[in-house]
Write a protein that binds this ligand. Structure first.
Ligand SMILES: Cc1ncc(COP(=O)(O)O)c(C=O)c1O
Length: 374
């Protein structure tokens, strides 16, 4: 079976992990500090590492909503955490349709604005940057804050600028399948260093330690245990140090897929935008005009031939838990069409280039097989 994803690691991950093990504290100290420093050097922004991308979103939204509630516009085309954490931070997610690249755009945001709108969360789907300059200008014009859910985009560049450096906050995930992986983990970047300081306290139960007597502490605010262990931080640090190299490997695989898929007229490639640099966390493909049932039959046929595919995403407005957040009469035509047609092909940094050809051959055969039953 060709897996959909397999983590890539080398000598450095092993060495750092062993050092973290031998250093003895384990609970998140020297390695989390080093990882935060490395993220700060990478992005030029204050970074706070946490236990997951979900925890990162929660802290960012908690601090930006600041106990006052309100509406936050999120794309329907995303993972549940982008929207669930708005609710957990006391806000109301407002689901928006997406544009042709499956990102929020000013056009999909505009009809949803109300006097209660506080902010926007964009998600850099597949590692392709959202139209950040346009969205940031939209937010500025309407007095809204902007969060980048950059869990797919470490690293990716929008018109030469790193994703994660556009918004008031940006969140990353170190989940096993992500471009910088540590099993679990995450990070949040803030434009305002004062918010980073608050997040650092909230991730450890809202404790403030006495400056000279560290055995003394006060619970200043109610927080959470969102610490990252030193083991995870050690692996994430090694992964971050070769993030450019692994992105290059993803890019090479993506280009090989693009070349091999181009001649198949029924398939449409995901439209990456020049001069962006996509992180290629995912390699999505559209089967033009397919129904959901046909797309599912295609995935089943490929699975039977030993190719693991995946779906990103079933839009949030189609899930039971998000029904209360769909406005009466609201429509999501772009997301609905994409949901029927899309699937993601296997892509991970150590995947051999020869596997691309084999995936495409089996995909071509599966298309013929499913088409026959149309
Ligand atoms: C777009 C997006 N946001 C947030 C998350 C949540 O990250 P984590 O799994 O680290 O909590 C994920 C992870 O699957 C994701 O893909």
């Amino acid at each position: 079976m060709l897996p959909f994803h397999r983590p890539s690691f080398g000598k450095r991950e092993k060495a750092y992990l062993l050092q973290a093990l031998e250093e003895g504290y384990w609970g998140g100290r020297t390695w989390t500090v080093q990882l935060e420093k490395a993220l700060q050097d990478f992005f030029g922004r204050e970074a706070v590492v946490v236990s997951s991308g979900t925890a990162a979103l929660h802290l960012a939204l908690e601090l930006l909503l600041n106990g006052k509630g309100g509406e936050v516009i999120v794309p329907t085309w995303t993972f549940t955490a982008t929207a669930s954490e708005v609710v957990h931070a006391g806000g109301t997610p407002v689901l928006a349709d997406v544009g042709p690249t499956l990102h929020l755009t000013p056009e999909t945001l505009a009809p949803l604005l109300t006097s209660r709108t506080r902010g926007v969360v964009v998600m850099h789907y597949a590692g392709e940057p959202a139209p950040l300059h346009a969205i940031r200008a939209f937010c500025e014009a309407h007095g809204l804050w902007l969060v980048e859910d950059a869990c797919h985009a470490l690293p990716a560049w929008h018109e030469g600028q790193l994703c994660g450096t556009f918004g008031d906050a940006a969140t990353f995930s170190f989940h096993a399948t992500k471009p910088v992986a540590a099993g679990q983990g995450g990070a949040v970047l803030f434009r305002d260093p004062a918010l980073a300081e608050k997040a650092r306290r909230l991730r450890q139960h809202g404790l403030r330690r006495h400056p000279d007597q560290p055995w003394l502490y006060e619970v200043e605010t109610l927080g959470w245990n969102y610490m990252l262990s030193d083991f995870q931080a050690a692996v994430a640090l090694a992964q971050l140090q070769r993030a450019h190299e692994t992105r290059q490997a993803r890019q090479a695989l993506a280009e090989a897929y693009q070349a091999a898929l181009q001649p198949i007229s029924e398939l449409r490639l995901y439209p990456v935008q020049e001069p962006n640099h996509c992180g290629w966390h995912l390699f999505p493909v559209f089967w033009d005009g397919a129904s959901e049932a046909e797309r599912n039959a295609l995935l089943k046929a490929l699975h039977q031939q030993g190719i693991a595919l995946s779906l990103h995403y079933k839009p949030l407005h189609l899930h039971p838990a998000y029904q209360p957040y769909v406005r009466p009469g609201q429509r999501f035509p772009t997301a609905d069409k994409a949901w029927a047609e899309i699937f993601s092909l296997p892509l991970w940094p150590d995947m051999p280039l020869t596997a691309v050809q084999s995936v495409v051959e089996k995909l071509t055969a599966a298309l013929v097989q499913v088409r026959k039953n149309r």
